[in-house]
Each structure stands twice: as structure tokens, then as C-alpha cells.
Design a protein around this ligand. Structure first.
Ligand SMILES: Nc1ncnc2c1ncn2[C@@H]1O[C@H](COP(=O)(O)OP(=O)(O)OP(=O)(O)O)[C@@H](O)[C@H]1O
Length: 646
């Protein structure tokens, strides 16, 4: 074991001779620490079934658990709510008192005036207090709502990021974006503003009912007779709404996917002049949403109409029966007026409560979609496993690999596939389109796990190694590298473990090696030039060279070059190729190539057909095989023309 200093980095270098036996290798790997949170790859977890349209205690408890971090703010808001509701509920009672004072004024007007002044003065103070409390309630509830939505979004996004590639293959970006934005918003609203309004209406209904019974139990029973049937209708409506709201959100997610994909690929849409067709396909997608929304609107309208009507029924029955009671002197005019106002408040509160109830149902549907994501354990963890203390040697073996993509598990890509790449060597994989070349790169990066067999790195199954450590040591440059909409500097540093530790000199050095430095210097903002979304402001070759620099910045031991030069013109290809040749030195390289220039110097060329290696050897040796697969391939692919030259 020796200490090695390279580009300002210090490693504990553990050298294992190539011919070391298994026992030595085992002891080498045994010095690696197993992370406490080690998670081996698991069987595919069962996807959580869509939520059944029924509120159960567990759903509700889980939904409310999201409010836990905001408990003090919510507690404050509830205190304000109780005070402001008490203030509101004191109005009818006070009004009744004022009316009775006015009615009694004929006996002693001065005394009545003094009482009136006093009552109105007290009422004014109480109303000011009510206004302050309302402000506090609305402010605290809204702030908690925003914070809960934000925390939920963060949690959903971090769970999405943790999922393995196969999970994403089966989902559309639009669907995930919809869950992240719309569903979280619905849940956040339900837990704040809606709950606030709901609680307020519950308090008002309870207090109002209490006051009505206090004033006249007989009249209260008459007025509230309509409440039980309305409650039953509310429960039925709630169930219907949950079902329909899930359908609306799902079809909205579908429509978002359509828009998202078209906007992301606007260049292709424009190239084929397909804007009108895309407008139509989006219009069709939202038409479905509209159809479902109509059904939701109908149900909502019927329900609101009904609750509104029941409120009025309460008022009219109180007015009628109360009128009879006043005429028989069993209740005063003031008390009847108070009673009527309480009845009106209850009517209004029932309306607000029904709104709260429907939003709560909607949010339980939205929360169910969010739990589906949050509860999912990725099959391939983000972190965890063996963390070697030294960089890998770069010995790669694909051992009897059997593999199908999760999104199309009926199609076998590899069956008993074998390939070995010795440390520091370059293996080029060539073959017809769809033969599985890029899949090899994906398996090596452990974006997918094979169903059978192993990918070994320095003799160790990569399933046992921490995936983030593995990917740190594998640099990738693909045919169409994706850059992020930030500066060139940030795009290159994206490849670094800790961008803050990369010095300007290191950045310049990497940029020079990747043939980036020259063109960056000609840009007015240099490394700080913004590249636009997915690097749209750069040419294909420039993007590729930045991608090379991005792969190089982490000084990887293994390089994966996936058709890195096939989309470029001769000049760009030359610059990219030159950079690639420079960086390949001293590294294990797996290149998936279409061009002669990339593979001529390969130590081995493997010819892939339908997931099997049909020929393997040096360039010239393969070329000499008459009617060989490589020769055939050369004739029919991009290599054409080169064969005559060689
Ligand atoms: N994410 C995926 N989900 C399902 N099937 C996939 C996926 N990616 C690739 N495939 C299928 O796997 C097979 C091998 O694909 P792969 O990309 O490895 O081929 P390739 O040899 O690299 O092709 P090309 O030279 O055209 O890039 C193809 O039939 C392809 O349709």
C-alpha cells in the first residue's frame, strides 16, 4: 500500500497484481467499509395500488402527520380561530340584547341610551379583537400551508431522484411533474387554508347549535331537523368526489406529459412543421380533463345547491315557528332575532364545511398519489455498499449476463453474455443498431441490474459496491450529451465530487485536455457563458467536448464512450477524437463506436449481434476474416468507404 498524490488529491493506493489469486483479491475487498445503510439490490417492490375512494383513519392520520412540523404555528392559528369565532358568535347574542334594549326604551329612554352606548362600545372593542385574531389565523395558516407544501415537494423530489432508471423508463416526466406541483399544492392547501376554514365552520356550527339550544331547545330542534339527511348526502358526495378527483388529476398528468414532451422537443416539432398537430393532440388530452371536470362540477353544484337550500330551510323553519312563539310570548323579539342569526350562521357554516369536506376528500386522493412515490424503495439504492479506499484498477468482467429492460421484460437483450476488459485496455464494441451496445454501458454504470450473472469490477460484483462510488470512477461521454442550463463552468464541475474543491488551474487543465479551453476563451464570458437549456446555445461538438471535460474532472479510472463522435462533422470529430485519445491514456476504456477512427487503436474489438459477441479480436485481424461479421458490418454501416482505404 502506498500513498499517491495526483492533481492535488491523495489516495491510499492499494496495488493488486493482475495475476493475484482470489484470496488476495478477497482480502483487498474486505478492507472496504460496508456502509451502515447498506442496501443490496432488492426484488422489484410491488407498486402501491391506487387508493380506494374511502377516507379511513390511517389515510387521515397520515395526511395530518404532514402538519406535525408546523404544529406550533397551527396551534397559534387555532387559538386565534377560537377567539375570532367566539367574537363572531357573540354578534347574534349581542344584537338580540341591543334589540331588547331598544324595545324597552319606551319605559326609560336615558337609561336605555346609556346601556346602548355601553353595549356598542364593548362590541366595538370585541370586534377589533376579532379582526386581529382573524389576521393572525389567516397569516399563520397560510404560512404553514406554504411551508408544508414546500417540505412535501422536497420530500417527493428527493424520493423521485432516488429511484432507479428502470422506474423512470415506465413513467412520463409530465406525470411526475404533476405530482410534484399540483398534488403537493392540493395537499398543502387542504392542511392549511381548508382546515382553517373547516375548523372555523365546525366551531361556528357547534357554538351556534349550543346557543340555539340555550335560547330555546324547542326551536333549535325544529331548525336543525334537516341537518342529519344533509350529513348523509355529504358522505356519499365525498366518496364520489374522491374518485372523480383522482381521475381528473391522472388525466391532467397525461395532458401535462403531452405538453412537456412537445415543448422539450420543440426543435423536432418545428422541423416537421407539426405545431398544429401538437396543438390538436394537447387539445384532445385536455378535452378528457374537461369531460371529467364537468362531472365534478355537476356533483359540486348539486351538493352546494343542496347545502345552501338546507341552510335556508333552517332559517325559514325558525322564522315560522319562532314567529308563532313570539305571538304566544314564549320568546322575545330580540331572542328570536339572535336565534335567526345563529341559524343563518349555521347555514353559511354548513356551506363552508361542505367545501372543506370536498377539499379534504380531494386532498386524500392527491396524497395517495404522493404516498405511491414516497413509499417506494428503489431497487438500486443511491448509496450504500462497499466503499473502497482506493480507486479501482479498472478490470471489468461481464459474467453470464441475462438482462431484459424493466419496461419491456418480455424482450431478452442479453443471454449468457460474457466480456472482459483488462485494466488500462480499450475495448470497442461494434454491432448493428439495437444489438445491445448502449445497454452494456448502462449495466456497467449499474443503471440496471442483470436478472442473472454479474458485472465485476476488479473481481467484485458491482451490486456489492456503493453505486455512487462506482459512478464516481466511471466517466461517461455519450453521443448526445445533455448539458444543464447553467454556465460552462458549472456544467464541467457537475462531474466533480465536490466542485468547491476544484481549483481554477484544475478546471483550465481539464478544459485544455478536452479541447474546450480554446473556444471558451473566445466567448465574452468565458467559463461563465450560459449554455441554455440542454446546451442549446452550443454546437454538437462543443457540447461533446464539455461533456468530455465533465467526465474528466473526476479523474475516472474507467471511461465509457458511447458513440461519442458519430454525430459530428470531420473537423469537430477531429477535435473530439484528439481530446478522447488524450484522456484515454492510463484508463480502462469501453467504447461503443460507429467510426473507424475511434476503434482502429482498440486493444480488442467485440462485434455484437442480438446480444451475443460473434467475433472478437484486433482491428486488422477482424478485417482479414473473409465474410466475417466485422467485415460485413463495415460494408453496411458508417464505416463504409474506410474498408477500401485500409
Ligand atoms: N429503456 C429501455 N427500455 C426498453 N427497451 C430498451 C430500452 N433501451 C433500449 N431498449 C431496447 O434494447 C435493445 C438494445 O438497445 P441498445 O440501446 O443497447 O442498442 P444499441 O446497440 O446501442 O443500438 P444503437 O447502435 O442504435 O444505439 C433495443 O432493442 C432497444 O429497443
Amino acid at each position: 500500500m502506498a500513498q499517491k498524490v495526483s492533481q492535488n488529491k491523495t489516495y491510499i493506493a492499494v496495488n493488486i497484481p493482475e495475476n493475484s489469486n482470489k484470496a488476495v483479491r478477497k482480502s483487498f475487498w474486505s478492507v472496504f467499509k460496508r456502509d451502515a445503510s447498506t442496501k443490496k439490490s432488492k426484488e422489484a417492490p410491488k407498486e402501491v395500488a391506487p387508493a380506494t375512494p374511502r377516507i379511513n383513519k390511517a389515510d387521515l392520520a397520515r395526511l395530518l402527520s404532514l402538519a406535525k412540523p408546523e404544529k406550533w404555528k397551527l396551534f397559534g392559528a387555532i387559538c386565534f380561530l377560537l377567539v375570532s369565532s367566539t367574537v363572531t358568535m357573540s354578534i347574534p347574542f349581542s344584537l338580540g340584547k341591543v334589540l331588547d334594549i331598544i324595545y324597552s326604551s319606551s319605559e326609560n329612554s336615558d337609561e336605555a341610551r346609556a346601556k346602548l352606548n355601553k353595549v356598542c362600545g364593548v362590541l366595538l372593542c370585541v370586534f377589533v379583537l376579532g379582526a386581529i385574531c382573524n389576521f393572525g389565523r389567516v397569516y399563520l395558516m397560510s404560512v404553514s400551508g406554504y411551508r408544508m407544501t414546500q417540505a412535501l415537494r422536497k420530500r417527493v423530489f428527493s424520493t423521485i431522484m432516488k429511484q432507479e432508471q428502470g422506474w423512470f423508463d415506465k413513467r412520463s416526466t409530465g406525470e411526475l411533474v404533476n405530482r410534484l406541483s399540483a398534488d403537493t399544492q392540493i395537499v398543502g392547501n387542504a392542511l392549511s387554508s381548508n382546515i382553517s376554514d373547516g375548523l372555523r365552520s365546525i366551531v361556528m356550527v357547534c357554538a351556534g347549535t349550543g346557543m340555539m339550544f340555550y335560547m330555546s331547545a324547542e326551536l333549535a330542534l325544529v331548525g336543525l331537523a334537516i341537518v342529519p339527511p344533509v350529513a348523509i348526502i355529504a358522505v356519499i358526495y365525498g366518496r364520489f368526489l374522491r374518485g372523480i378527483s383522482r381521475k381528473v388529476q391522472d388525466s391532467l398528468a397525461g395532458a401535462t406529459s403531452v405538453a412537456e414532451e412537445r415543448i422539450a422537443n420543440i426543435r423536432t416539432v418545428k422541423t416537421f412543421s407539426q405545431e398544429p398537430r401538437e396543438v390538436d393532440s394537447y387539445a384532445n388530452a385536455i378535452k378528457e380533463v374537461l369531460g371529467l371536470s364537468y362531472r365534478e362540477a355537476k356533483a359540486r353544484a348539486i351538493f352546494y345547491g343542496l347545502t345552501g337550500f338546507s341552510g335556508h330551510v333552517i332559517i325559514i323553519s325558525v322564522l315560522y315557528y319562532g314567529g308563532v312563539m313570539v305571538s304566544s310570548n314564549t320568546i322575545t323579539v330580540g331572542n328570536l332575532s339572535s336565534f335567526l342569526l345563529y341559524a343563518a350562521y349555521i347555514g353559511v357554516s354548513l356551506g363552508t364545511f361542505s367545501n372543506f369536506y370536498s377539499e379534504l376528500n380531494k386532498s386524500i386522493g392527491a396524497a395517495a398519489r404522493i404516498w405511491e412515490i414516497i413509499d417506494r424503495e428503489p431497487i438500486i439504492p443511491m448509496k450504500g455498499g462497499l466503499v473502497p479506499i482506493a480507486p479501482p484498477e479498472g478490470h471489468i468482467q461481464f459474467n453470464d449476463i441475462q438482462f431484459s429492460y424493466p419496461a419491456r421484460d418480455d424482450v431478452r437483450i442479453f443471454e449468457n453474455f460474457k466480456l472482459e476488459i483488462s485494466p488500462g485496455k480499450m475495448v470497442a464494441v461494434v454491432g448493428p443498431s439495437g444489438s445491445g451496445k448502449s445497454t452494456l454501458a448502462a449495466l456497467l454504470l449499474r443503471l440496471y441490474d442483470p436478472a442473472k450473472g454479474q458485472v465485476l469490477l476488479d473481481g467484485q460484483d458491482i451490486k456489492e459496491i456503493d453505486p455512487s462510488w462506482l459512478r464516481r470512477h466511471v466517466g461517461t461521454v455519450s453521443q448526445e450529451p445533455v448539458l444543464f442550463s447553467c454556465s460552462i463552468r458549472d456544467n464541467i464541475l457537475y462531474g466533480a465530487d465536490d466542485p468547491s474543491k476544484v481549483t481554477e488551474d484544475e478546471l483550465v487543465q481539464v478544459a485544455k485536455e478536452a479541447n474546450v479551453y480554446e473556444f471558451v476563451q473566445q466567448l465574452p464570458d468565458g467559463f461563465d457563458t450560459l449554455v441554455g437549456e440542454r446546451g442549446v446555445m452550443l454546437s454538437g461538438g462543443q457540447k461533446q467536448r464539455i461533456a468530455i471535460a465533465r467526465a474528466l474532472i473526476k479523474d475516472p479510472k474507467i471511461l465509457l464512450l458511447d458513440e461519442a463522435t458519430s454525430a459530428l462533422d470531420a473537423q469537430s470529430e477531429h477535435l473530439v477524437q484528439e481530446a478522447l485519445e488524450r484522456i484515454m491514456k492510463g484508463r480502462t476504456v469501453l467504447t461503443i463506436a460507429h467510426r473507424l477512427s475511434t476503434i482502429q487503436n482498440a486493444d480488442t474489438i467485440a462485434v455484437l449481434r442480438d446480444g451475443h459477441i460473434v467475433e472478437q479480436g484486433k482491428y486488422q485481424d477482424l478485417l482479414n476474416i473473409k465474410k466475417g461479421a466485422f467485415r460485413e458490418l463495415m460494408k453496411h454501416q458508417t464505416f463504409q468507404g474506410n474498408i477500401e482505404k485500409t
